[in-house]
Design a protein around this ligand. Structure first.
Ligand code: PLP
Length: 359
């Protein structure tokens, strides 16, 4: 298979050698060994530290979508009211998923070039009185990082659970779960954690556990069995020891570097990316850079280029970036500077290649 020297896709991101090495070990049977239970407990503690929460954090086999579906199915009952906040593909998609779960979901759409506006949320929340309010922290297709602290407070006011997809931000931007009153916080492995797409992690508040007990959803992606899995040493299926070993390596690396330094590295990589794009007269999407994500930058395909020609030209020079979806497909492309790819030298080399191609 062809490998690219300059990987800048916004997930799955490239995997550091130390994580790959953690997979190259024959661990044995996860559900029988004390060592595995200790590893699971230490990974959960690490995730709690990363997410600044005292809530339990489940570590399930799957990737981000399993977290998105499992959390919805675990707490919703047919007819429940849901308020889904959208600034793009994932925000709207979560609302539609809630509808598929039988909920009455109202999608409030701030536009894929907008951000969540807390005043609008407050009005809608008071009117709808939902069981669940859903939001996306980093809306990856548009490169927006939504402000969420005020939304969490609104959820408490109307006694709604707060469901947040931070798959594309956690590990690259602070996500203080407890301070933002997040009841169900959703994380996948293949974005800023730079792991394989094989784990989904969910922070679950006491309120969310209570809702899950009411809903009593059974299934591979069900949350409920995880409440007691570690204490009982009884997991709902054979856990992925290799993936948790990789997670432990990733968390250690974050804490060794220091979370402030990690976030600073992301901020600098993103700033460099945007500065170089401006210099090349490549228009950014959306225009309001105050809300641009430190993990991914979305830009318009330059005039005179199609996405597929640009993609081919970059690939021929060893660089691969992300295309886009939905209304942003073909018109825009995405540069993923998250996790292992949040590296100013890597981004600088990528921008040199882009300059050579379009300059
Ligand atoms: C990547 C991502 C997911 C998981 O989606 P996949 O396409 O399966 O990787 C969920 N939410 C957001 C915001 C993401 O960026």
């Amino acid at each position: 298979m062809e490998r690219y020297e300059i990987p800048l896709v916004p997930g799955p991101v490239s995997i550091p050698p130390a994580v790959l090495a953690a997979y190259a070990v024959d661990y044995g049977s996860a559900d029988m060994e004390d060592e595995f239970f200790g590893l699971y407990a230490s990974c959960e503690a690490g995730l709690q530290r990363l997410l600044a929460t005292e809530n339990a954090v489940t570590i399930q086999s799957g990737e981000g979508m399993l977290a998105l579906w499992g959390a919805l199915k675990s707490v919703l009952r047919p007819g429940d009211r849901v308020l889904a906040l959208s600034t793009g593909l994932f925000g709207t998609g979560i609302g539609e998923m809630a509808q598929r779960c039988g909920a009455q979901a109202e999608i409030v759409d701030f536009g894929h070039d907008g951000v969540i506006d807390a005043d609008v949320v407050q009005d809608a929340a008071r009117r709808i009185r939902p069981r669940l309010i859903t939001a996306v922290h980093c809306e990856t297709p548009s490169g927006v990082l939504n402000p969420l602290a005020a939304v969490g407070a609104i959820c408490r006011e109307v006694d709604a659970l707060f469901y947040v997809d931070f798959v594309a931000s956690a590990g690259g931007a602070p996500v203080p779960v407890d301070a933002w009153h997040i009841d169900l916080g959703l994380l996948g492995s293949q974005k800023a954690l730079s792991l394989m797409p094989d784990l989904s992690m969910i922070s679950v508040s006491e309120r969310a556990w209570a809702a899950a007990a009411e809903t009593d959803y059974p299934g591979y992606d069900a949350l409920q069995p995880w409440r007691t899995a570690l204490a009982d040493r009884y997991f709902p299926y054979t856990p992925n020891w290799h993936a948790l070993a990789g997670l432990r390596v990733a968390l250690d690396a974050l804490f060794d570097e220091g979370l402030d330094a990690v976030y600073q590295r992301h901020t600098e990589a993103a700033a460099l990316c945007r500065t170089r794009l401006h210099e090349l007269n490549v228009r950014l999407f959306p225009r309001d850079e105050a809300y641009s994500s430190p993990t991914v930058t979305t830009a318009y395909v330059p005039d005179g280029w199609t996405w597929s020609d640009l993609d081919a030209a970059l690939r021929s020079r060893g660089m691969v970036v992300g295309g886009n979806y939905g209304p942003l497909a073909e018109r825009t492309f995405r540069i993923g500077h998250m996790g292992y790819q949040a590296d100013v030298d890597l981004v600088a080399r990528g921008m040199d290649v882009l300059a050579g191609v379009i300059g």
